[in-house]
Design a protein around this ligand. Structure first.
Ligand code: FAD
Ligand code: FES
Length: 259
């Protein structure tokens, strides 16, 4: 059954250039136990914002029934969301999709969490859950520039954290793949979320590893009904095999879908 609720904004602030952190409360938060799942937000009831916006779950406080989301206020819907104030409500569907498999990494093993830009948020809840299970976590976080960097301290509290910027204005210069090679980071499982070129690069370099990637495809309904989010299955020559990112994903094992 699809879960729907009105969440109440308890706090909203800008944490980096155009990047907002919003904390919402509501009993739906109790069901948000799987990192990598997303919420589908109806920002308001105006006619020009009929489509919901998918935003990942970044953190959950089950006891206090709160959920944290981080988002880039860029387009019409997210900009409108950023103007909402404490006490206002958001209509939410979710938690939706299949998240990151926690069981893929055993206690005592090492998980390398690799995020790019606005793909970083779901890795925070994932890292907290893995750490709780006795997994050693390492984070590599890639951003465009210094002004876009967020949650470095939060990730550092959980484990070793490397920040890289494309223009070298903060951390090391280059891409996440450069850091993994330069620091010679060893891992048992890699979990990643970020722009498609980054996921494609990781998938090609680490195709023989235990790697799970989360896609941020454009979505419509978010519940498997509209086919807006389909992607093709690797090796399908008939062009008829596909996966829906909203219900089969957004997390897939490496090599399952065409990037
Ligand atoms: P508009 O241009 O007004 O959007 C128009 C339409 O296109 C909307 O229906 C919108 O949902 C869709 N759309 C536009 N860009 C994207 C995109 N990149 N991905 C999906 N749909 C898009 N962004 C964050 O900032 N933080 C997150 O935690 C986050 N998690 C996501 C998790 C999933 C599973 C997916 C699929 C996307 C996620 N995104 C996240 C991307 C986010 O959904 C889009 O940036 C956002 O919907 C754009 O809306 P807008 O109003 O700013 O832009
Ligand atoms: Fe409608 Fe996936 S968004 S089927």
């Amino acid at each position: 059954m699809i879960k729907k609720d009105l969440l109440t904004i308890t706090k909203q602030r800008e944490i980096a250039s155009n990047i907002m952190e919003v904390i919402c409360s509501g009993s739906l938060a109790k069901q948000m136990t799987e990192p990598g799942q997303f919420l589908h937000l109806r920002v308001d009831n105006s006619d020009d914002l009929l489509l919901r916006r998918p935003i990942s779950i970044c953190d959950v406080d089950i006891e206090n029934e709160t959920v944290t989301m981080l988002y880039r206020a860029e387009g019409k819907g997210t900009k409108r969301l950023s103007l909402k104030e404490e006490g206002e409500k958001i209509d939410v569907l979710g938690p939706l999709g299949n998240g990151f498999p926690l069981d893929a990494t055993k206690q005592g093993e090492t998980a390398l969490l690799v995020g790019g830009g606005i793909g970083v948020p779901p890795l925070y809840y994932l890292s907290k859950q893995l750490k709780k299970r006795g997994v050693h976590v390492i984070h590599v976080l890639g951003f465009q520039s210094k002004e876009n960097v967020f949650y470095e301290g939060e990730f550092q509290e959980l484990g070793e954290t490397y920040v890289v910027t494309a223009d070298g204005t903060y951390g090391s210069i280059g891409y996440v793949t450069d850091v993994i090679k330069e620091k010679n980071l060893a891992f048992d499982t890699m979990y990643s979320c970020g722009p498609t070129p980054m996921l494609a690069a990781l998938s090609s370099i680490y195709s023989d590893k235990r790697l799970f990637i989360s896609l941020e495809e454009r979505m419509g309904c978010g519940i498997g009904a509209c086919f807006a989010c389909v992607c093709h299955v690797v090796g399908d020559t008939s062009g008829t095999s596909y996966r829906k990112v909203c219900t089969d994903g957004p997390v897939f094992p490496v090599g399952e879908v065409v990037l």
